[in-house]
Design a protein around this ligand. Structure first.
Ligand SMILES: Nc1ncnc2c1ncn2[C@@H]1O[C@H](COP(=O)(O)OP(=O)(O)OP(=O)(O)O)[C@@H](O)[C@H]1O
Ligand SMILES: [Mg+2]
Length: 328
């Protein structure tokens, strides 16, 4: 049985229309005209226990709104959510005991309190038994190296330190699901790597089901097996990252350094997508044209100094999907 089932889930927001100028603003106050934003629009998916899923999409696509409905913070406009047999927004408290939430943009910790005091408060809030609390605290302090700043007030922590504390805070009560909304935002390369390793580890060792939203596709590529892409409130992709790469990563790129800046580059089945002095970028379809053929065509007409073939990166594939949709 799935741990999370989402059916025909929608969330609309009413926003007041703004008119220009004094009379416009007066008018809108009287007539109360508004627009409806479909932040989440008929979304369906299920998650199995132990899955680690990336939930991605451009700014404003509806990621945070979905997470907020799953965690019970927001009530859907329509549709159903089942999280471990509960409807999150009906049974907020019960749901909260079994989930962990991290919002990268905003800490869940008490700003002026030392880190350890926040943890102690959470122990009482979640009624975590002494032994389990101690065990978990030791485990996370060791794994995330929290010891040096346990007695520092949260407001004095660096972003990376704060994120490690937030991750601990979200997991102290042994939740079965962890929701993460941009947990790597603003972190340096090393700190991002730590967060990724950590997520993989708690997923493998503690079987925590993880939903991760992010704008860093390296997070998704390194951590998740499955990817859900949301665009203007609608799911446009749900499947393996490998499948996406195979299906949408058909375009390979040949980067060539020519002996001189030839002006008339024309090759059958090949698109010249960029040029910088003697260097040209040629895009071609891997299914219809072998690289050897492109190189042979090229070598027959132009003098080549160097060349490399680059395979499509997940970043590039997703960038194209955001821009042109799935039907490219
Ligand atoms: N409380 C709200 N009132 C009105 N509109 C809202 C509200 N919350 C979100 N929206 C709108 O709903 C849409 C989806 O927002 P959401 O925050 O879910 O996007 P997101 O995918 O998380 O984007 P980002 O990557 O920028 O965090 C946006 O158009 C946003 O402006
Ligand atoms: Mg968001």
């Amino acid at each position: 049985m799935p741990i999370i089932t989402v059916e025909h889930l929608s969330k609309n927001f009413k926003v007041h229309k703004r008119r220009k100028g004094f009379w416009g603003s007066l008018g809108s106050a009287i007539s109360r005209e508004h627009d409806i934003i479909k932040a989440v629009d008929n979304v369906n998916f299920t998650l199995e226990r132990g899955e680690l899923v990336g939930y991605i999409g451009a700014n404003g696509a509806g990621k945070s709104t979905t997470i907020k409905m799953l965690t019970g913070i927001l009530v859907p406009t329509s549709g159903h959510i089942d999280v471990m047999g509960l409807t999150p927004y009906h049974r907020r408290k019960e749901n909260a005991r079994r989930i962990g939430v991290v919002f990268g943009q905003r800490t869940q910790l008490w700003w002026d309190l030392p880190v350890i005091d926040s943890f102690e408060l959470l122990k009482h809030i979640y009624e975590i038994p002494d032994s389990r609390y101690k065990q978990n605290l030791e485990f996370f302090c060791e794994l995330l190296q929290l010891h040096p700043f346990l007695s520092t007030p949260v407001r004095k922590l660096s972003l990376g330190q704060r994120m490690r504390c937030d991750l601990t805070a979200a997991l102290l009560h042994n939740p079965e699901i962890l929701y993460l909304d941009e947990p790597t935002i603003g972190l340096d390369v090393v700190a991002k790597e730590q967060v990724r390793q950590f997520l993989k580890q708690i997923n493998a060792e503690r079987q925590v089901t993880v939903i991760l939203t992010t704008h860093d596709l390296n997070d998704v590529e390194q951590v998740c097996q499955r990817l859900i892409i949301i665009d203007s409130g609608k799911i446009i992709y749900d499947g393996g990252i490998d499948v996406l790469k195979k299906q949408y990563g058909k375009t390979r790129m040949l980067i060539v350094d020519l002996a001189q800046p030839y002006s008339d580059i024309q090759l059958e089945g090949v698109n010249l997508t960029r040029r910088e002095e003697n260097r040209i970028w040629l895009a071609f379809d891997r299914d219809t044209l072998p690289a050897s053929e492109v190189i042979a065509q090229l070598a027959a007409r132009y003098e080549i100094q160097d060349l490399t073939i680059s395979e499509p990166e997940i970043e590039e594939i997703v960038r194209r999907i955001y821009k042109f949709g799935m039907s490219q």
